[in-house]
Design a protein around this ligand. Structure first.
Ligand code: ADP
Ligand code: MG
Length: 140
């Protein structure tokens, strides 16, 4: 167990339905602290860069188009085992397979429009945090 930071994104399907506060209440209730946050709209190029690891996947183009289709909220969550805890609160990638009470089960519209992103390892969390935030924007 250790104190970690992880990157969280509230995706366009969730900002469109005004779910930002509702989703963030779940993180805070679970003891994760939001130590950096901003609302923005990605360009197509930025979306492609962020999801570069998925470039070879069949859903890559559609995923990138979706991620720049509307505003997102990017944020850093900090707390005990934040990477795994965030993934647990989010639920499985496909909302249909996610546990009851998880964000994706409760709010996700489809496997692509699944409301939230969360880093999958500490190493990727560091890379993803650096992609969106400068040191000045992270207030611990
Ligand atoms: P996760 O977000 O749970 O880490 P992945 O890293 O595998 O999942 O995929 C990144 C994102 O790509 C997912 O959150 C989802 O928005 C989208 N995605 C994943 N699999 C599919 C799929 N089979 N069809 C369409 N979109 C998908
Ligand atoms: Mg992933």
């Amino acid at each position: 167990m250790s104190i970690q930071k992880t990157l969280s994104i509230i995706k366009p399907d969730a900002t469109r339905r005004n779910l930002t506060g509702n989703i963030n209440a779940r993180f805070e209730r679970a003891g994760l602290q939001i130590i950096a946050q901003k609302r923005l709209r990605l360009t197509k190029l930025q979306a492609e860069k962020f999801y570069e690891v998925h470039r070879e996947r069949a859903f890559y183009d559609s995923l990138c188009d979706y991620m720049f289709s509307g505003p997102i909220v990017v944020q850093i969550l900090k707390g005990e085992d934040a990477v795994a805890k965030n993934r647990e609160i989010m639920g499985a990638t496909n909302p249909a397979n996610a546990e009851i009470g998880t964000i994706r089960r409760d709010f996700g519209e489809s496997i692509e429009h699944n409301s939230v992103h969360g880093s999958d390892s500490q190493e990727n969390a560091e890379i993803e945090i650096r992609f969106f935030f400068s040191e000045l924007e992270i207030i611990e």
